[in-house]
Design a protein around this ligand. Structure first.
Ligand code: HEC
Ligand SMILES: [Cu+2]
Length: 355
């Protein structure tokens, strides 16, 4: 009985230490730390994970505790002199322990306890699967998500908006994602908002996310999809509902500039965009460019990053990207077009004014 109490105390100490470590990890909120959920879906998934983890920790502690107990308690006495003739003679003389076969009480316990533990895990697992497969309550926003090598396309089916790599959503409102791929298998994953969801050729997988607080939630393609799998990132930008509505209202309104000079440059830049090859692959609302090989650039001036999260979106990086896309992201599907320094300047002024 005394040993059992020591064992129990040992189990409690180990479990407590693990708990403390786990909550420390959860609080270290990195941008992709799924232990730090940013909405109800990730929270429910974390809850289930924690439940199963603690059951596993309990099993581990009990089993290894019994093992340690048995090793210590039933170790060969006088093992220090093992191998000597005297020790062997002593061992041979020692009586064998009582011999018996099976123990029905022990076997029943060893069957029932794991069964109960599995049931405790199975019920919430099945429940959560059904809960997440059902349509969320409230008035969800529907977004078609399409994986491309190596960028993401987001189409707001009810709003007539298409963006790339950056998903803007209102806080506190569920967003149903209809996930597809244009080429190979990808996997949409924004760890702080929900677990991974496959993008499979010929299929549409549905899932929903919701962000409770405004902020930027990082994502990463989670299925090896070619050279730039690691550079196929995404940002979910959660905005307060009125700011989201503002973004929706501003979408496609054309250049937003401060001076007449800038406006003239943006107009020239638009012409470059429409006539020098960009229109063969990109769309910008309100221009003659309607192609869909690359990301829709209608709101490119509002985006935080370029080339699926590879670099910040600013004047310098945009110039670098347009003048040498293959140098920045070798093998990606954008070609370099010959432009003069002035044309490039005007083009970048135009793109950054689209916000
Ligand atoms: C042959 C097709 C093609 C042409 C021509 C092309 N692009 Fe692209 N563009 C793409 C593709 C594909 C991507 C996505 C690359 C990636 O991230 O993997 C892209 C990405 C971009 C991005 C980054 C978008 C984002 O959300 O990260 C910008 C900006 C851009 N292109 C501007 C231009 C401009 C300006 C021109 C004309 C000078 C141009 N592109 C010509 C195919 C093209
Ligand atoms: Cu991918």
């Amino acid at each position: 009985m005394k040993h059992l109490r020591i064992l129990l105390a040992f189990g409690l100490v180990v479990t407590g230490a693990l708990l403390a470590a786990a909550s420390g990890v959860a609080q270290a909120a990195g941008p992709q730390n799924w232990l730090y959920p940013g909405g109800p879906v990730a929270e429910m998934q974390l809850g289930l994970f924690m439940l199963t983890t603690w059951i596993m920790v309990f099993v581990f502690v009990v089993v290894s505790g019994l093992l340690i107990y048995a090793i210590v308690k039933f170790r060969a006495k006088g093992a220090e002199e093992a191998g000597t003739a005297a020790a062997e003679a002593a061992a041979a003389k020692e009586d064998l322990p009582p011999q018996f076969e099976g123990d029905p009480r022990l076997e029943i316990v060893l069957t029932i306890v794991p069964f109960i533990l599995l049931v405790i895990m199975a019920i919430p697992t099945v429940n959560l699967n059904f809960a997440l497969a059902a349509d969320p309550e409230g008035d969800p926003l529907h977004v078609r998500v399409v994986g491309h090598q190596w960028w993401w396309e987001f189409e707001y089916v009810d709003l007539g908006i298409i963006t790339g790599n950056e998903l803007r959503i209102p806080t506190g409102r569920p967003v149903v994602l209809h996930i597809e791929t244009a080429d190979v298998i990808h996997k949409f994953w924004v760890p702080r908002l929900a677990g991974k969801i496959d993008a499979i050729p010929g299929r549409v997988n549905t899932a929903w996310i919701q962000a409770d607080e405004p902020g930027v939630y990082w994502g990463q393609c989670a299925e090896m999809c070619g050279t730039h799998h690691a550079n196929m990132r995404t940002r979910v930008v959660a905005l307060p509902p009125d700011e989201f509505e503002q973004w929706v209202a501003n979408y496609g309104r054309g250049p937003v500039v401060e001076t007449a000079e800038e406006l003239a440059a943006a107009e020239r830049g638009k012409l470059v965009f429409e006539t020098r090859g960009c229109q063969a692959c990109h769309t910008i609302e309100g221009t003659s460019a309607v192609a869909k090989v690359g990301p829709n650039l209608t709101d490119i001036g509002t985006r935080l990053t370029l080339a699926a999260g590879m670099m910040d979106n600013n004047r310098e990086n945009l110039k670098r990207w347009i003048s040498d896309p293959q140098g920045v992201k070798p093998g990606n599907r954008m070609t370099r077009l010959p432009l003069s320094e002035d044309e490039l300047d005007d083009l970048v002024t135009y793109l950054l004014s689209l916000k």
